[in-house]
Design a protein around this ligand. Structure first.
Ligand SMILES: NC(=O)c1ccc[n+]([C@@H]2O[C@H](COP(=O)([O-])OP(=O)(O)OC[C@H]3O[C@@H](n4cnc5c(N)ncnc54)[C@H](O)[C@@H]3O)[C@@H](O)[C@H]2O)c1
Ligand SMILES: O=P(O)(O)OC[C@@H](O)[C@@H](O)[C@H](O)[C@H](O)CO
Length: 397
């Protein structure tokens, strides 16, 4: 088997791309190639030549300076496609809105790759919380390459399209650090990255805190419906209590009870739906519920709630598990409370929260639930439950 070069092309050089994936692979000896759509900012990073990662744990902190990376010419797509043709490992660290344009460039690169005599494996790591990302890329690549048999065969035989569970939060650094280095990024110190090992092709990367994940397509639903849901519900409830950071909520027993309630409802429903074993369940519950409270990490509520329209949506982190609960005869009592507080969440810096709360004011909560959660009148039990929780929440505020 051809030895894989220790090189990683990062697409989306933001919190996760620079801070978590870039940082961990760099520390394990990988050469980084960074691409981002923000061409001017990337040019500044190229000139700067290094960037700082601050890793913050419950007990201690660690700083790393990333050096000797290459910033691509981000002013057009040709340099990106050329690197996709040459670097065997690509990490997509972007939101869903970027998927289509990345799929088109990958398709171009795959055409060239498939014609190389010694064409080796190519792995695409989808480091995203979006649900169904591998299915999207598999489908789009097969459509874009439909006329090209060689390229299609290369996708099938040599390309790994891998969901990655990024279990390590990352965020912009404090103002003091950003003044020292405008590219500084802060991440959790502990945490784990799981790459879909069933989809990965060839030699698996040996990187600290990065391991193999099985049942990855089910695991990402579990991560988003339980872990990210709990995180976002903490932020919605925390915002209602006047908190700025997630850590400000840690001593509030009401927030703790409500979010734990929602977590266990969702975890039960997800486990029934996807058939996680008792051992798998225990490990996951322990990872989320017994994680040490990291009071040193300043994770802003505004970052965690970002894009509330998507987050309240039918398939996303609240309505998704609430519907699964209904399917499996579990009452999504606390999940409905999380949704209710999502409808109360208003931050002038988050335009979607203004749209949602204004809509509730104008049309009433029932119409708003149908519009933003995508529920139908025949799903009346869940509709009524959220409505009731909303009315309670308004009284409590
Ligand atoms: N931040 C976290 O704690 C965390 C943890 C797990 C997973 N995630 C997921 O990781 C992904 C990235 O999150 P983030 O926090 O790093 O966001 P971010 O906004 O910090 O970074 C995303 C980067 O992608 C760039 N981008 C946008 N469109 C692009 C395109 N077409 N091509 C190339 N680059 C493009 C943006 O300019 C930005 O720099 C998201 O899917 C998120 O859900 C984030
Ligand atoms: O990045 P988002 O908007 O999908 O979700 C916000 C956070 O919940 C998320 O970034 C977490 O910090 C991360 O998924 C860690 O597990």
């Amino acid at each position: 088997m051809k030895k894989q070069k220790k090189e990683l092309l990062v697409i989306g050089a933001g919190n996760i791309g620079r801070g978590v994936i870039g940082g961990l692979f760099y520390e394990s000896g990988y050469r980084l190639y960074l691409y981002d759509i923000m061409a001017d900012r990337m040019e500044q990073l190229r000139k700067q030549g290094t960037y700082l990662i601050e890793r913050v744990g419950a007990e201690g902190k660690k700083r790393i300076i990333v050096k000797d990376f290459e910033v691509l010419d981000c002013s057009d797509e040709s340099d990106l496609i050329r690197h996709m043709e040459q670097v065997d490992l690509v990490a997509c660290c972007v939101y869903e809105g970027a998927f289509e344009s990345i799929a088109k460039k990958l398709a171009e690169a795959i055409k060239t790759r498939s014609r190389k005599i010694d064409a080796g494996y190519f792995n695409i790591l989808l480091c995203v919380n979006a649900l169904g990302a591998p299915d999207f890329f598999e489908k789009r690549l097969s459509e874009l390459l439909a006329e090209d048999e060689k390229a299609l065969a290369y996708v099938k035989e040599k390309t790994g399209i891998c969901q990655v569970m990024v279990g390590m939060a990352a965020m912009p650094s404090s103002r003091e650090l950003m003044e020292m280095d405008p590219f500084a990024v802060t991440t959790k110190l502990d945490g784990h990255i799981g790459i879909d090992s069933e989809a990965f092709k060839g030699e698996f990367p040996q990187v600290e805190q990065v391991g193999k994940a099985v049942k990855a397509k089910a695991q990402i639903f579990r991560k988003v419906y339980t872990g990210n849901m709990k995180h976002c519900m903490t932020a919605f409830l925390g915002s209602a209590r006047g908190c700025t950071y997630i850590s400000d909520t840690y001593d509030d027993p009401w927030i703790e009870d409500c979010t734990a309630g929602a977590f266990y409802e969702a975890e039960d429903a997800v486990s029934r739906e996807y058939g996680f074993t008792q051992e798998e369940r225990k490990e996951w519950i322990d990872f989320i519920m017994n994680a040490p409270k990291n009071r040193n990490l300043k994770d802003e509520i505004q970052r965690v709630t970002h894009g509330p329209k998507e987050k309240l949506g039918r398939k996303n982190r609240f309505t998704g598990p609430a519907l699964l609960c209904m399917k499996h005869q579990i009452l999504p009592y606390y999940l409905a409370r999380g949704i209710a507080f999502g409808f109360l969440y208003r931050d002038e810096r988050e335009p979607e929260s203004i749209e949602i709360t204004d809509y509730v004011k104008e049309h009433g909560i029932r119409e708003a639930i149908m519009k933003y959660c995508g529920l139908f009148p025949e799903e009346w039990e869940l509709l009524q439950l959220i409505e009731a929780q909303y009315k309670e929440a308004v009284k409590q505020r």
